[in-house]
Design a binder for this molecule. Structure first.
Ligand code: NI
Length: 138
C-alpha cells in the first residue's frame, strides 16, 4: 500500500482572489486553507474523470419542476424507466401547489449517469437540476 505522505507546496495568487477565497472558506466553516484546497482539488479531479465515463460512481440527481407542465411527469417517468438499472431510489416532495422537488439516487458509469441527468434536466418545466456524485473507490 502506498504511504500517505503529506507534501507542502506554495501557491502564488492575486491578493483580491485570495481575499475572496478566505471569505468563502470562512463562510463554509473550513478550519484552514489547506483543508479547503484539498476539497477543491478532490472535486476537480473527480469532475475531470467524467471525461472517460467508465468510472462507477454513486450520487443524486436533484430536480425542481412544475408538475403542471404539459407531459412533464409522463416524460420524466419514461426516462427513469429507461435507466431503471441505474436508479436506486426516488423521493418526490410536493413543495407547494405547483412545484415539486425530486431526488433520484443513482449508481453507475459516469457517462450513463450524465446522460440520464442531462435528459431529465433538459425537459421543459424543469427549472433547476443538478447531478452530484462521489467515486465508490478512493
Ligand atoms: Ni409533487
Amino acid at each position: 500500500m502506498k504511504e500517505n505522505k503529506l507534501t507542502r507546496f506554495g501557491v502564488s495568487m492575486d491578493e483580491a482572489l485570495l481575499e475572496q477565497f478566505d471569505e468563502m472558506i470562512d463562510k463554509k466553516g473550513y478550519p484552514n486553507r489547506s483543508e479547503a484546497v484539498r476539497d477543491l482539488i478532490r472535486d476537480a479531479i473527480l469532475q475531470n474523470k467524467w471525461t472517460d465515463g467508465e468510472e462507477v460512481v454513486a450520487g443524486t440527481i436533484m430536480l425542481f419542476y412544475d408538475h403542471h407542465h404539459n407531459n412533464l411527469v409522463d416524460e420524466m417517468m419514461h426516462i427513469q424507466h429507461d435507466f431503471h438499472e441505474n436508479i436506486l431510489a426516488t423521493t418526490h416532495l410536493h413543495i407547494d401547489h405547483h412545484n415539486c422537488l425530486e431526488i433520484i439516487v443513482v449508481k453507475g458509469k459516469t457517462a450513463l449517469l450524465r446522460n440520464l441527468s442531462d435528459r431529465l434536466i433538459s425537459l421543459k418545466g424543469v427549472f433547476y437540476g443538478k447531478l452530484t456524485v462521489s467515486p465508490l473507490n478512493k
